[in-house]
Design a protein around this ligand. Structure first.
Ligand SMILES: [Zn+2]
Length: 198
């Protein structure tokens, strides 16, 4: 009796947060897992402070405060080296005023550090094709700012934004873009990854 009461008194004031992941986070985790298979490891809630460091920290204290105690919803890493490949953020609806604008700071942070950030609207269910399209959008935006046009002349081919494999130059055979070139995943049609050339 006495011992029990002592244990009660010594219990620290920490409790488990429930749930650890929200329903939309769990749904997206499952959809991402299905999409990437074993090509990436998916880590939920990665602290920005663990993911990025700040150059010249003494001059840039203000920038430390911006990432301190914040996290990215999911981080996709190479399974053998754990090198980060993609950040994934759920775009949560605001209470009354519809969908919130994606966080501009997060966009700038990821693009400065050279990591594509994919924005996925919060939902209870996710269609694979929508997620793939959002990954492609993030890669296109990212490639648009980082890949020099001269790189293309060196025949540098992008990696598939979906599975990370090599891409091959293809030509649309029909439809409105018939005759236009694009990069398609070498694993097509098993993988739907494409990157526009433009
Ligand atoms: Zn692919």
């Amino acid at each position: 009796m006495m011992i029990q009461r002592m244990e009660e008194a010594q219990r620290l004031t920490y409790r488990l947060r429930e749930p650890f992941l929200t329903t939309p986070e769990v749904s997206l985790y499952k959809a991402l897992t299905e999409m990437v298979g074993d090509r990436y490891v998916i880590l939920p809630k990665v602290s920005l402070n663990d993911l990025f460091y700040i150059i010249r920290p003494n001059e840039n204290v203000h920038f430390f405060n911006k990432i301190f105690r914040k996290h990215v919803d999911f981080l996709l890493c190479d399974p053998s080296t754990f090198t980060p490949q993609f950040g994934v953020e759920i775009v949560r609806p605001m209470s009354k005023h519809g969908v919130r604008e994606p966080d501009k700071f997060m966009d700038e942070l990821f693009s400065s550090a050279g990591l594509p950030l994919v924005h996925i609207p919060s939902s209870e269910t996710y269609a694979m094709s929508d997620i793939i399209a959002l990954f492609q959008l993030a890669m296109t935006k990212f490639g648009g700012t980082l890949v020099e046009r001269s790189d293309r002349r060196k025949e540098s081919v992008p990696q598939c934004p979906v599975c990370g494999k090599m891409m091959v130059l293809r030509i649309y055979r029909n439809g409105p873009r018939s005759g236009e070139e694009y990069y398609g995943c070498m694993d097509s049609p098993r993988c739907a990854g494409v990157v526009a050339i433009g």
